[in-house]
Structure formats: structure tokens, C-alpha cells
Design a protein around this ligand. Structure first.
Ligand SMILES: [Zn+2]
Length: 395
């Protein structure tokens, strides 16, 4: 075992406690005051702190005092608006849940900060550790970039981050060069018709019938307008129309929202260019009006091949070959670490956290109210993050 892995494992109990403390105070979106306060209490003394203005972000800059480049390590901080149903003794009770494991990411990043700070005399340059709110579709990474987080420390040469999964084998690091995760965005479509009496539909312009026609032709849109060699997912997540207390009214409007996943920014541009016309042609058939709004997108998570190789080598050398899984295909989930990767080359890696004794193939997945993460991986996550910084910062 290398020194950094053994030093991290000595911290394991402390890091698990940090993770469980954070698990009990989950917060949603961009404003995470309790989480920010807690993280600060663990890292304040380790370097220079910069807090976000429009969000509760923290950047910790650890300066070795010797000249050299800056490496960015990033953890997200936000939870989801779901009610925890794990029955764990440290379950959250406030209606939010760290169901995506960002509490483990924070604990690993705090661990990496401690490891790097303890060894400050053995490396040159700076490490900029980001704690980022609003990863779950709130554009947190972009806001941190707008507020100047990339400039802290200057001369950033590489960026790294990790993500745990409750349904991936425990302790396995997984990744690939190039596209690792999809671009994620969404569209909200509103159909305006003309309401009326449910007994006389021919006198109204029914927006429900038009919205249903649009929803059921979305897969036809993909087949007819987009190349099958560039996969696109469009999946409707909600539909709204009428009022459940009445059945004899044709409403004025109907709306629905869908998530859109692609594996290149060009594919997303194509969807944005072609989908509105397609919906309009269906609206015309039904004599209704349609409007749409695309939500802000996170780009494809694109791992730089060189940084991927360095990451893979770090896992093999520090933990052993059997701990690394090279993925053949990207996954359809999205991540706004992509915004950082667009500015600074780097690598995002997955870390399996399926509880010991559970079957990863049937374990509840991230975002489930029953997702359970084995936090024994937190120390390894810390060791990997610290190793990636040291890879660039020499000695
Ligand atoms: Zn996540």
C-alpha cells in the first residue's frame, strides 16, 4: 500500500463521520448554508478560502509555497428533494436526501485536502479544491466559473472529480477516455387550445389531444429527423392538463416536460433546431398553438485521453489492477463537471459504493429514496483525488 493510501485509510473513521454528519443535513439547490458551514469548519485552517456570492460554494486553495501549476479537485454538495427511506440510523429527516452520494464526495474532498496539506513540503504548486452547490440541474459549476473560481491560484493545468454509485461494485473505479456521460437538458412544451364543454368537443380545440399526439410522436421525431448513429434520448417526465376534480371540461392548455440526453453538443443543437418545427406541424394539424422552452444544458462529460490514462494508472498503482474497470460505453446520466472540463482538461471517474453484502445488479440506484452507499470507499476517494493532484505537482 502506498503511503498516501495508508495515510488515507488511517483517516477513514474520521471521514466516515464527516460523511454521516453531512448526510443528516442535506440541502437543495444553490443555497446550502448549513453544508457550507460544516465543510468550512473542517477545512478553514488548511488554506485560503473563497466563498461564492450567488451560491454557497467554497474554494480552498492550498499553496505549497513553491512555484508550480494549479490542479483543481472538485466535489459537489447538493442533495435531492426526495424523502429518505433507507432506515439507516443517520437518515435525513428534513425531506431532502443525499440520494446521489454528494455527501461522500465532500468527505473524500475534505480527506484529500488534509492529505495534501499534511504533505505540503513534498510537492510544488497549488491545489484548488472546489465544493460546488447546485449540481443537480441548477447550473452550479457554471456560476462558480462565472464568479472566477477558475482563476483562483492561476495556471490551472488539470481538473479531477469523482462520482459514487450505489449500484456499482464496491471499491471499483470505472471510467473511459472521451465521452463518459451524456449532455443533459430539458424542454417544456405548452399547448394552447380553446376550452369548452366536454360534451361538445367539436366546438373546442382540445389541447390534450394535441399534447398526446406530440408526446407519442417524440420517438418518431428521433427516428425520422436524427441519425441513429448519434443516439438521442427524449423522455417525458411530467404531463399537466385539466383538473382532476372534473371530467366534463376541455381545458384551455396542456403542457409537458421532457429530459433530453445526447452524446455530443452537436446532437443537442440539432434537437434544438428541429424539434420546435416538428411540434409546430403537429399543432397545426390540431389547430392549436404550441410554445416551448429549452432548459439550460450540461455538456457531455468529455475526459481528456491523457488525464484519463493518468487516472487509470493512479488506480492501478495505488490500489491494484483489479480495482479498475475500463468502460466500453458512456452512461446516459449527466454531470456539470463537464463545464469545468471544457475549460481545463481533466478526468471524471466513477467509484462503486454498493453496500458490502448487497447485489449491485439489484441494489437501489442513485436518486432512489432507498439508495444506500457504502462509505468505506470515502478514504479511497480521498487518496485518489490527492494522488491526481500530486501527479501534476511533482516533488
Ligand atoms: Zn450526482
Amino acid at each position: 500500500m502506498s503511503s498516501i493510501v495508508s495515510e488515507a485509510s488511517e483517516m477513514a473513521d474520521e471521514l466516515v463521520k464527516i460523511r454521516r454528519d453531512l448526510h443528516q443535513i442535506p440541502e437543495f439547490g444553490l443555497d446550502l448554508p448549513k453544508t457550507q458551514q460544516y465543510v468550512l469548519s473542517k477545512i478553514e485552517h488548511l488554506g485560503e478560502i473563497t466563498l461564492g456570492k450567488r451560491l454557497s460554494s467554497i474554494v480552498l486553495l492550498i499553496d505549497s509555497g513553491k512555484p508550480g501549476p494549479t490542479v483543481i479537485l472538485r466535489s459537489d454538495m447538493d442533495a435531492l428533494a426526495v424523502n429518505e427511506e433507507t432506515n439507516l440510523e443517520y437518515s435525513s429527516t428534513n425531506g431532502f436526501m443525499h440520494a446521489c452520494g454528494h455527501d461522500l464526495h465532500m468527505a473524500s474532498a475534505i480527506g484529500a485536502a488534509k492529505l495534501l496539506s499534511n504533505q505540503k513540503d513534498q510537492w510544488s504548486g497549488k491545489v484548488s479544491i472546489w465544493f460546488q452547490p447546485g449540481e443537480e440541474g441548477h447550473g452550479g459549476a457554471d456560476i462558480m466559473i462565472e464568479e472566477g473560481a477558475l482563476e483562483i491560484g492561476g495556471n490551472a493545468v488539470a481538473s479531477y472529480g469523482l462520482h459514487v454509485f450505489s449500484s456499482m461494485p464496491l471499491g471499483i473505479f470505472a471510467g473511459r477516455a472521451g465521452a463518459l456521460m451524456a449532455s443533459a437538458s430539458g424542454v417544456v412544451v405548452t399547448v394552447k387550445g380553446q376550452g369548452g364543454h366536454g360534451s361538445m368537443p367539436w366546438l373546442a380545440k382540445d389541447p390534450i389531444i394535441a399534447a398526446v399526439a406530440m408526446i407519442s410522436s417524440l420517438q418518431g421525431f428521433i427516428t425520422q429527423k436524427l441519425s441513429p448513429l448519434k443516439p438521442v434520448i427524449i423522455n417525458v417526465g411530467w404531463v399537466k392538463a385539466g383538473d382532476e376534480s372534473t371530467t366534463n371540461v376541455i381545458p384551455e392548455a396542456a403542457s409537458f416536460g421532457a429530459t433530453i440526453r445526447t452524446f455530443s453538443d452537436e446532437s443537442l443543437d440539432q434537437v434544438k433546431a428541429l424539434l420546435p418545427q416538428y411540434l409546430e406541424s403537429i399543432a397545426a394539424t390540431h389547430d392549436v398553438q404550441v410554445s416551448h422552452r429549452f432548459n439550460p444544458a450540461s455538456s457531455v462529460v468529455n475526459n481528456n485521453p491523457e488525464n484519463f490514462e493518468l487516472s487509470k494508472r493512479a488506480v492501478v498503482e495505488e490500489f491494484g489492477e483489479e480495482r479498475f474497470l475500463e468502460m466500453e460505453e458512456p452512461i446516459t446520466g449527466g454531470e456539470d463537471f463537464s463545464s469545468i472540463l471544457k475549460k481545463v482538461p481533466g478526468n471524471f471517474i466513477f467509484l462503486g459504493a454498493c453496500p458490502a453484502g448487497s447485489d449491485y445488479e439489484t441494489a437501489p440506484t442513485n436518486h432512489s429514496t432507498q439508495a444506500v452507499f457504502d462509505d468505506s470507499v470515502v478514504a479511497d476517494g480521498a487518496a485518489w483525488l490527492a494522488t491526481m493532484a500530486l501527479t501534476h505537482l511533482g516533488d
